[in-house]
Design a protein around this ligand. Structure first.
Ligand SMILES: [Zn+2]
Ligand SMILES: [Zn+2]
Length: 141
């Protein structure tokens, strides 16, 4: 199976082959600001499963809430962030699930940074909840 994700204007398209390795939801402040919504939903695909077509994306790089850098790729015309490359998992590419606009897309298995969740928002019980991000290393000392 191949699914296509595209930006708001359609100039940037990602072809994603096979099933995502993982689907994850994030409530962190950065994801709220990036999306303008209350959380982001990300499908991680193996790097080899992804083909980029169309417009050259621009890149915004920042540290993530989990501590390592992430490079966000967005459309220079409409500004949609369509995929990101986490330094922590160089073999995977995160794709914005909203880009598929597919109500049958697999639901997230986990939600991270629950401590930033908007209090009125309740998720299905099948999603495992983490107060922070389970990969975060405890501060030393
Ligand atoms: Zn666009
Ligand atoms: Zn986040």
């Amino acid at each position: 199976m191949t699914r296509n994700a595209s930006c708001h204007c359609g100039a940037l398209v990602l072809r994603c082959a096979g099933e995502p390795a993982k689907v994850s939801l994030c409530h962190c402040d950065d994801c709220q600001r990036r999306t303008g919504s209350l959380f982001s939903v990300c499908a991680f695909f193996p790097r080899t499963a992804i083909t980029v077509e169309g417009r050259d994306a621009k890149v915004f790089r920042r540290a993530s809430a989990s501590g390592s850098d992430v490079a966000f790729h967005f459309c220079p015309d409409c500004g949609t962030t369509l995929w990101w490359e986490p330094d922590r998992m160089p073999h995977l590419i995160g794709v914005a699930v909203g880009g598929f606009a597919d109500p049958d897309f697999p639901m997230p298995a986990q939600a991270v940074w629950d401590e930033h969740r908007h209090r009125w928002l309740e998720l299905p019980e099948a999603i495992s909840v983490h107060e922070r991000n389970p990969v975060r290393k405890p501060p030393s000392g």
